[in-house]
Write a protein that binds this ligand. Structure first.
Ligand SMILES: Cc1cc2nc3c(=O)[nH]c(=O)nc-3n(C[C@H](O)[C@H](O)[C@H](O)COP(=O)(O)OP(=O)(O)OC[C@H]3O[C@@H](n4cnc5c(N)ncnc54)[C@H](O)[C@@H]3O)c2cc1C
Length: 505
């Protein structure tokens, strides 16, 4: 039997990189591990800088805030944050069409059968019945309304599900202040050399440009796309997913704020990619994500500027990446968190979520100095499953287009897709079923939103639906829509809610 006191605990944790990944990791580790028994150090370089994008989130970030015991209003004030109830996809299925991926549930399940099967039956009679009218988050979003959950029992108001938009640079700064208060230390400097043990290959120390030598037990690589440690000395190869995710470039540019703050992200498909619109309190974040195989940078910039919702502010930020992941995110005593571990383009705002998931995984498999290979393997296997599931969900948006107006969309429509995704699409096409596998990040409602939003009409629906008469079905569905409509009347506008609770001014 292992005697816990004989196993040497690790003490020095070195985080290299001070972008969102570095400071989210520092914040969570200082909070959970504390700085009495551990020393937690972030090395970052102002000269190198951060990607400074990553403004939209998904609701899981609220669990991260809870872990840190952050006051939500305070955090939103400091980051010019707004609320997000979903994403609207414009021109993805075809030009002039739009749909939403909201964060809340649609309707109510009946007799153990998911709601959407009833809706699928009703669609056969009333094809124009909008799925969004059954989801409070989606319905309210389109009317620019927002509220946190309200105490109206047995209504969807009790469980309003939401995420945030915020300024990514201010978010990292906020978490830096948080971490330093809890005892994390920060070193400004550039890592120029990584020293490993000749026998084990474990990292022992880092040499900085100014000559300082930083020793550590556990090294967390948050150095962004370059993956200084995980690629540099751990040589974890990169799996390239460009064949399924051709968008590999972006230009981000802010524009002036507008009075009607939308509580949702807008993603508008362009000729060779798509453009985001993210309303913050003080500005609108915009960005054109495109494939450099189909569009050059000058034309991408022209498209971005022609579609800005308001007057431009500041300078454009040019970004390039390869979609994919490191084969192993944890090797020996080095864990890659953030862009260093992999990146899937930002269509569903999953970047910060992947950081959060890696941190949670690291905490639950937290090592001692013996670094058990079994723990490392589980970490890597779970990261692999999670990233592939997210990849499939993103590819779905592209594959299901009916657009043929540009070589880019023709490529997306005709490209081969992973088998895992193909079988999910087939299942839905056949009988409307959607299954969540292995606790995957995007649940049934997300898959349903995109599958139906992109225009897939299943051949049939759950057979038990026919136990409900058509007349009763219509009565039930009308009642559900009425509940959503009445609930929305209890919600203030998004702008009013921000002014009352978390105005940055
Ligand atoms: C176009 C685009 C849009 C995105 N949109 C979203 C979104 O809406 N929502 C979302 O959740 N995510 C989004 N993401 C992802 C998100 O931006 C990242 O996941 C997040 O910012 C984490 O970045 P990072 O900290 O890993 O890397 P970076 O921000 O690049 O930070 C790297 C850090 O490493 C340091 N560093 C590098 N080399 C050295 C060295 N040699 N010595 C010392 N320090 C070093 C740098 O100084 C910096 O502090 C987007 C990404 C892109 C590219």
């Amino acid at each position: 039997m292992i005697n816990q006191s004989e196993v040497e605990a690790l003490k020095q944790i070195i985080i290299v990189g001070g972008g969102s990944a570095g400071w989210m990791t520092a914040a969570a580790l200082t909070k959970v591990l504390g700085c009495n028994n551990y020393s937690i150090t972030v090395i970052e370089s102002d000269t190198i800088g951060t990607v400074s994008v990553g403004e939209a989130t998904i609701p899981h970030i609220r669990a991260f805030n809870s872990l840190l015991e952050i006051d939500e209003d305070d955090f939103l004030k400091h980051t010019h944050g707004t609320f997000k109830l979903g994403i609207e996809f414009v021109n993805w299925k075809e030009m002039g069409h739009s749909y939403m991926h909201p964060f809340g549930a649609y309707g109510t399940n009946m007799h153990g059968v998911p709601f959407h099967h009833y809706w699928l039956k009703s669609q056969k009679i009333q094809p124009k019945d909008d799925l969004l009218d059954y989801c409070l988050e989606g319905y309210a979003a389109k009317k620019n309304l927002f509220s946190r959950p309200l105490n109206y029992p047995n209504t969807p108001l009790t469980s309003v599900n939401y995420a945030f938009h915020f300024d990514a640079t201010l978010y990292a700064a906020y978490l830096r202040t948080y971490s330093e208060k809890l005892g994390a230390s920060r070193i400004e400097g550039i890592v120029t050399q990584i020293n490993t043990n000749n026998e084990t290959g474990f990292i022992e120390s880092l040499l900085l440009e100014n000559g300082a030598l930083i020793n550590g037990d556990l090294f967390i690589d948050c150095t962004g796309f370059k993956g200084l440690l995980i690629d540099g000395v751990m040589e974890s190869p990169f799996e390239d997913w460009s064949q399924w995710l051709p968008c590999n470039s972006a230009i981000a540019h802010a524009s002036e704020s507008l009075p009607d703050k939308k509580p949702y992200t807008i993603s508008t498909a362009q000729k060779s990619g798509w453009q985001w619109q993210i309303p913050l309190q003080n500005r609108i974040g915009n960005g054109h994500v495109y494939s450099s195989d189909f569009l050059n940078q000058d034309d991408a910039l022209t498209t971005l500027f022609s579609n800005l919702p308001s007057k431009p502010m500041g300078e454009p930020n040019f970004l390039k990446w390869t979609n994919g992941k490191r084969k192993k995110l944890w090797v020996k005593n080095c864990v890659a968190i953030g862009l260093s571990g992999g990146f899937i383009e930002p269509l569903e705002s999953t970047g910060l979520q992947l950081i959060q998931a890696s941190i949670e995984r690291l905490l639950s498999l937290f090592p001692n100095k013996s670094f058990q290979q079994k723990d490392i393997d589980i970490f890597n296997e779970n990261a692999d499953i999670e990233l592939k599931q997210i990849r499939d969900f993103i590819v779905l948006h592209y594959k299901l287009t009916t657009r043929e107006d540009s070589p880019f969309w023709k490529y997306c429509k005709e490209m081969s897709i992973p088998d895992t995704l193909q079988s999910k699409i087939e299942l839905y096409k056949t009988n409307g079923r959607v299954f969540r596998e292995n606790n995957e990040l995007f649940a049934e409602l997300s898959w349903l939103s995109v599958l139906s939003g992109q225009g897939i009409i299943p051949q049939s629906y759950h057979p038990l639906v026919d136990n409900t008469s058509t007349e009763n079905l219509h009565i039930q569905l009308s009642k559900m829509k009425e509940v959503v409509r009445l609930c929305s009347k209890k919600m203030p506008t998004h702008a009013e809610f921000i002014t009352k609770h978390c105005s940055a001014s």
